[in-house]
Design a protein around this ligand. Structure first.
Ligand code: GUN
Length: 280
């Protein structure tokens, strides 16, 4: 059984990006907007900014109060759309309930939408002509490539149908030639569906949901969950200790999908930077 080392994959990607950045006259710039004081979001945003600095990017961290109006947040996005030192804009989700997240996502120009959440970028991924694609699914494809997991003709089961992970993941896997099943909270007999999978992607947000009797012998298991337990520790969506002896490869939490997602965000920012250079 292989443990897929997300930290190592992320480090390799950052090294590659940093060596490219050294040759540029202006650094790629990423703006991250955080609204409110959600603790998990604060940690994610801090990690994203830290990764930016590490590869030589310019990082602009913008913290707004939870009381900000939708209009004020929209004008912040517009300001960043027009700022020539900024190549990528990321608004950390979730946003407070009085703000329409979709409106904010669509306000970011697709050229700077480094999350790949805008309808234009989602549409391109869906047509198998990706420009900037969502970071977590793209990172998972790199993790699968790192263990030489051939996806053509494989049966993949995704648990979770979010816009951030499940849905774009289904497109990535389909584009790679896999047969894809997306399960969600209304799916019947999920255990037996997951048992058919050569590759399982667990992105339900439920700690230790996937047990060993859900997983086929030799399956590849990717754990996207980051769940905070009562004792303060982090747990994935997969019962790692039970599943590890059944899987041929498995990603841990922490040290799996998380660091790769952040490294892909840097890669997406670099893609946006280069595309803007060509256009200008
Ligand atoms: N919240 C959880 N994951 C993400 C992500 O990938 N991007 C943004 N913007 N917010 C998130």
């Amino acid at each position: 059984m292989k443990i897929i080392d997300g930290k190592k994959i992320a480090e390799n990607l950052r090294t590659k990006i940093a060596s490219e950045v050294k040759q540029f006259s202006r650094p790629p710039g990423l703006a991250v907007i955080l609204v409110g004081d959600d603790e998990a979001s604060q940690v994610y945003v801090r990690n994203k900014s830290k990764a930016c600095v590490e590869v030589g990017f310019y990082s602009d961290q913008i913290h707004k109060s939870a009381n900000i109006t939708e209009e004020e947040l929209l004008s912040e996005v517009t300001r960043l759309n027009e700022n020539q030192t900024i190549d990528g804009i990321l608004v950390q989700l979730p946003l407070p309930s009085h703000i329409d997240s979709n409106k904010i996502i669509e306000a970011i120009i697709p050229e700077k939408d480094v999350d790949g959440f805008s309808s234009e970028n989602v549409g391109k991924l869906m047509q198998n002509k990706p420009f900037i694609s969502p970071c977590t699914p793209k990172g998972i494809m790199k993790m699968l490539a790192s263990i030489k997991c051939e996806l053509r003709g494989k049966d993949c089961v995704i648990i979770g149908a979010s816009n951030i992970v499940g849905r774009p993941m289904s497109m990535e896997l389909l584009n790679a030639g896999a047969t894809v099943l997306v399960c969600h909270k209304d799916t019947k007999d999920i255990t037996n569906k997951v048992k058919t999978a050569d590759v399982v992607i667990a992105a339900a947000g439920v700690a230790h949901l996937v047990k060993d009797d859900w997983v086929k012998e030799g399956a590849v298991v990717i754990d996207v969950g980051i769940n905070r337990l009562k004792d303060g520790s982090l747990a994935g969506d997969v019962d790692f200790n039970a599943v590890k002896d059944k899987a041929s490869a498995i990603s841990p939490v922490p040290g799996g999908v998380g660091p790769v997602t952040i490294a892909v965000l840097l890669e997406n920012t670099l893609t946006a930077y280069k595309a803007r250079l060509i256009d200008s």
